[in-house]
Design a binder for this molecule. Structure first.
Ligand code: SF4
Ligand code: SF4
Ligand code: FES
Length: 227
């Protein structure tokens, strides 16, 4: 049995995209990432497909792309999930395309810098498991792709910033957390429409709703009561 990939390609951000189709034997690979490796190394198409990857084990988030219209990690997308034998691959659309399936997700890291998600003073943190859950974030951008309120360059930073904030907010004593609370309010709480599109898409399995509930309680609601 064979599997066919329709790959959206362009040589640069300015070039008009086109679909290139390539077919390979199903039994030769288990995931979309492995299929892309075979397509490139065996030169099944003239010009290798540009895409990003590092770990191939769901650890780095680099291989995020639209697979059959859904943002996913290529190394986590098993071919046996696609019995019809045809899969469309496209780059994430919320980020500038560099080439083919490769996008520039620099805005995610720029936003984390702006968020300033660190403590100014030492604080003893309780381990409730929330910080651990939040620390699983790969900064892959899948949650931003489906978020109706996130756009690159906006003041709302989306769930990838929620995870960074949540690692500290719920655990930090109020007197030490004021700056963190302010940044969380400005860059997440005020812009989030609570649509929860981010909840089920996360390849790291992070329960973003749980993080939101705890962080909102600590940084917004309890704080309002105190003031
Ligand atoms: S929250 Fe999940 S989907 Fe969003 S960037 Fe982190 S790992 Fe990716
Ligand atoms: S709940 Fe909705 S608006 Fe808020 S971060 Fe998730 S997808 Fe975006
Ligand atoms: S290559 Fe690292 S998550 Fe897919």
């Amino acid at each position: 049995m064979e599997i066919t990939f329709d790959i959206l390609r362009r040589k640069s951000a300015d070039e008009k995209p086109y679909i290139q189709t390539v077919t390979i034997e199903r039994g030769r690979c288990a995931t979309v990432a492995e299929a892309l490796d075979i397509i490139n190394t065996e030169k099944l198409i003239d010009d290798p497909v540009q895409w990003e990857r590092s770990c191939k084990q769901k650890k780095c988030g680099a291989c995020a792309m639209l697979i059959y219209g859904r943002p996913r990690l290529a190394c986590d997308a098993r071919l046996d999930e696609f019995p019809r034998g045809r899969i469309k691959l496209e780059p994430l659309k919320k980020f500038p395309c560099v080439r083919d399936l490769m996008v520039d997700r620099g805005v995610i890291f720029a936003n984390l810098m702006k968020l300033g998600s660190w403590l100014d003073e030492n604080a003893a943190c309780d381990d409730t498991g929330v910080a651990y859950d939040a620390s699983k974030c790969l900064q892959c951008g899948c949650c931003l792709e489906v978020c109706p309120n996130f756009y690159s360059g906006g003041e709302f930073f989306g769930a990838s910033a929620l995870t960074a904030s949540s690692r500290l907010i719920g655990e930090t004593p109020a007197e030490l957390g004021k700056r963190l609370y302010g940044e969380y309010n400005g860059h997440f709480f005020r812009g989030c429409g609570k649509s929860l599109s981010c909840k089920d898409i996360c390849p790291a399995g992070i329960d973003t709703e749980r993080l939101m509930v705890r962080s909102n309680a600590a940084a917004v609601w309890k704080r309002k009561k105190r003031s």
